[in-house]
Ligand binder design. Structure first.
Ligand code: ATP
Ligand code: PAU
Length: 300
């Protein structure tokens, strides 16, 4: 049986009609559109408002439940709400995660939101090189999943001042001299290609997440976004960054990027990332221009 039978597909028109677009005021919508110029403002209004309405509902349910629990068991803290966002390399996870974080801040001004990328848990290039894993960068074996799980557990227990590594696309590596400080917060958005993967029987970060979103698109379109982003990173590169070397001959870079898609990121999508979409509560299916075409809800 096709596992996607477990999802109910809703087309764009139906999705737009789910919610009457009253989550944000006109001014709040304008502010979001200004802060996120890469998004078509109409998408924020008609597509992301229903999504925020859904998340608001989920968060309200969890927060009520936790308030109740805390009266039953005074020593148990209300657990933070963790939103996982997965999808292919370059499908737009970090861009969407940043929009959701800003939108949640508007809806719940008193709740703190933290945003992390699972790339923070990639092994550094020195380790990948030593273990002959550079061609498997992004595959499950290239992530320190135990540290990722330990971080999620610590966050869920509201530990303060957690420090995690930072991955830089510009450096193409984990930064050696900086760390991300993650504070105790009510909401965590965790985005990354492996966010929803079931790595082994014992290691399941996905089980520590309260709402799971998978961003999907046709592979040909994602490959195009990947190549466009590669060119943008080359254009914006400064000396001492990974992409700077390709400024001398962009064609060399372009052919390396194409090859990288077919030998690493595309393989990763087929083998590991795509199969994790069945763990999502919601699949957002984007078309060219990043416009939403359809949404798939987990039925059960
Ligand atoms: N909604 C959107 N509208 C327009 N462009 C977008 C949108 N989302 C993402 N993009 C563009 O698509 C490219 C990939 O986006 P992004 O970096 O967010 O992907 P990602 O899934 O986080 O990638 P990675 O897994 O490599 O970290 C970027 O160039 C980004 O500007
Ligand atoms: C950092 C990851 C693994 C995921 O964000 C990805 O962007 C990546 O670098 N993959 C390795 C192949 C490449 O794109 O160069």
């Amino acid at each position: 049986m096709n596992k996607l039978d477990d999802f109910q597909v809703v087309d764009r028109t139906t999705w737009q009609a789910i919610e009457p677009h009253t989550i944000f005021t006109k001014q709040q919508l304008e502010k979001l559109a200004q802060t996120f110029p890469m998004f078509d403002p109409t998408e924020i209004k008609v597509i992301y408002q229903p999504l925020m309405a859904l998340l608001e509902l989920k968060l309200a349910i969890q927060s009520k439940q936790m308030q109740q629990f805390s009266t039953w068991y005074p020593k148990i803290n209300a657990q933070p709400f963790v939103i996982g966002i997965a999808g292919s390399v370059a499908v737009g996870k970090s861009t969407m995660a940043a929009l959701l974080a800003a939108a949640l801040k508007i809806i719940f001004p008193n709740l703190q939101t933290e945003l992390v990328s699972t790339d923070s848990f990639l092994y550094n290039n020195a380790y990948l090189d030593q273990n002959d894993l550079m061609q498997a960068k992004g595959f499950p074996i290239s992530y320190d999943t135990a540290s990722f799980i330990a971080f999620l557990k610590a966050f869920k227990q509201r530990q303060t001042n957690l420090k995690i590594p930072i991955y830089s696309h510009q450096k193409y590596d984990i930064l050696t001299n900086q760390q991300q400080l993650v504070n105790n917060a009510d909401i965590l958005i965790v985005e990354g290609i492996n966010a929803l993967q079931r790595v082994s029987k014992d290691e399941m970060p996905v089980d520590l997440m309260d709402y799971k979103i998978y961003i999907d698109a046709d592979e040909k379109i994602i490959e195009k976004w990947f190549l466009e982003r590669f060119e943008r990173l080359v254009k914006e590169a400064t000396p001492n960054t990974y992409y700077y070397q390709f400024q001398a001959d962009l064609n060399v870079g372009r052919s390396l990027a194409k090859n990288t898609w077919h030998s690493i990121n595309g393989v990763n999508l087929h083998r590991y990332i795509g199969p994790s979409k069945i763990n999502a509560n919601l699949i957002l299916i984007k078309g060219p221009n990043h416009h939403l075409e359809a949404v798939a809800f987990k039925k059960y």
